[in-house]
Design a protein around this ligand. Structure first.
Ligand code: ATP
Ligand code: MG
Length: 419
């Protein structure tokens, strides 16, 4: 069956009142972004409180569906056939042909739900329902009508053209990216943080990211893996500005100066401080991590008190109550898992102590950190100065590191999600 168009249905609850236009415009931008690079040409339009994606000419149906199911804010996707109005008899024949092509197995119950938006069509809605129901029953006696609980509803809308649809494919739900502000994701090469980013984006947040690497202890391949993960997440979340922070000197200084069983916690405190710095610079409204209670020593509630302590912005931890196998399931579903398990080193594993504290006390950690006072500040400033910024999209990464004097805020234009 050739579908001329896709009707995009969204959850009405999110778009009460004044939010509607904002929500719909963001959704249209996200749909255009998702279809960029797909085979074929598409035009997205808003009409009468509906969003349609019209196809122009040939396209790959499976590819379009797969891309649209990656757009947050879509509840259902309905493939639509557009018919020229040639009167009731032609409509009857077209609908019978549609049922034949779309339902190879005719053993189902149905009802027709017609809407006559254009009043010069000779039958009214009730008459169209009865007329088409009869035509289908005549052509396919295996079918039967059930107006209360049908297997299939055949929608017929008499507009300028006649829209015919009955299939509905689940979208991913959530809210269009860009409608809930921006968050700064701490993105490592692991399994968890890409999933955390995906979940936050699903609630409508645009995401920027920070990655800490420690050359020469961590390799270019480890960095490339994080770029690849950001690229996969950007299919759902739009372009991601990835801040690549060279963390080696800070880590070395902590390693040389602080008790080894507290290294990870102190290191994580510096990660949070740096992430917050870039979050503020970019107007992000919170930090996002892939932490889950008790997963490792640095994620016990006591450890989380210590890392949280250095943040002023809220820290969102969407995976906090998930078991690892639940996270893995999600990683597989969003296509990040195979990349996440590539065996490259992470900066956290290089300087890790044999027996890290699992129940650190904040006072003790703050005291140990005092040892860095007076020596770490220039290193910290240099670390911020030498950040590399990459704009990551599904197509790849582009270095967009601002020069020293430039205005450093990037990607705050809502139209960015088009790019
Ligand atoms: P992940 O699978 O996300 O790497 P993890 O189980 O390895 O998580 P940790 O290494 O303790 O857990 O890190 C907890 C969180 O801290 C990560 O989910 C991520 O948000 C952040 N994080 C850890 N290492 C880095 C890094 N090198 N760069 C950026 N963020 C990091
Ligand atoms: Mg990790």
């Amino acid at each position: 069956m050739y579908y001329h168009s896709f009707l995009i249905k969204y959850a009405e609850i999110a778009i009460k009142g004044n939010n509607r236009k904002y929500f719909e415009d963001a959704l249209v931008r996200r749909i255009n972004y998702a279809l960029k690079g797909a085979e074929g040409a598409f035009h997205t339009r808003k009409t009468q409180g509906r969003i349609y994606v019209d196809a122009e000419g040939e396209y790959d149906y499976d590819e379009v569906i797969s891309r649209l199911t990656e757009v947050f804010g879509i509840a259902y996707i309905c493939p639509v056939v557009l018919l020229e109005d040639g009167g009731p008899d032609k409509l009857g024949a077209d609908v019978v042909d549609y049922v034949n092509q779309v339902y190879p197995d005719k053993d189902f119950t149905f009802k027709v739900e017609a809407r006559r938006a254009r009043k010069n069509f000779p039958l009214n809605s009730m008459e169209i329902n009865a007329f088409l129901g009869e035509k289908i029953l005549e052509a396919y006696p295996e079918t039967s009508v059930d107006v209360h609980d049908p297997d299939e509803i055949i929608y017929v809308e008499i507009r300028e053209k006649i829209c015919l649809y009955s299939k509905s494919i689940d979208g991913s739900g959530g809210m269009p990216v860009g409608t809930s502000g921006k968050m700064m994701l701490l993105l490592s090469g692991g399994i968890d943080s890409p999933v955390a980013g995906h979940m936050i984006a699903k609630r409508g947040c645009k995401i920027d990211a920070v990655y800490f690497h420690a050359p020469p202890y961590t390799s270019e391949r480890a960095k490339q893996k994080v770029i690849d993960l950001a690229s996969i997440v950007s299919r759902y979340a739009g372009p991601i500005y990835l801040h690549v922070v060279n963390f080696t000197d800070i880590q070395m200084m902590i390693y040389k100066t602080c008790p080894h069983d507290e290294l990870t916690i102190i290191m994580r405190r510096y990660m949070m401080r740096i992430a917050e710095h870039f979050a503020n610079e970019q107007g992000a409204l919170g930090l996002v991590t892939g932490e889950s209670i008790g997963q490792v020593a640095s994620q016990t509630p006591q450890s989380l008190i210590c890392t949280n302590d250095v943040c002023t912005l809220p820290v969102y931890r969407p995976l906090i109550g998930f078991d690892k196998n639940e996270i893995i399931e999600r990683a597989r579903a969003i296509d990040t898992f195979d990349t996440s398990i590539l065996p490259y080193e992470d900066c956290c594993t290089i300087f890790v102590a044999k027996h890290p504290v699992t129940k650190p006390r904040l006072k003790g950690i703050v005291k140990s950190e005092q040892l860095l006072k007076g020596i770490i500040e220039p290193v910290y400033d240099e670390t911020l100065r030498t950040v590399q910024v990459l704009k990551v999209t599904p197509e790849g990464a582009e270095d967009v590191t601002p020069n020293a004097d430039a205005d450093k805020a990037h990607g705050n234009d809502p139209a960015e999600t088009d790019q």
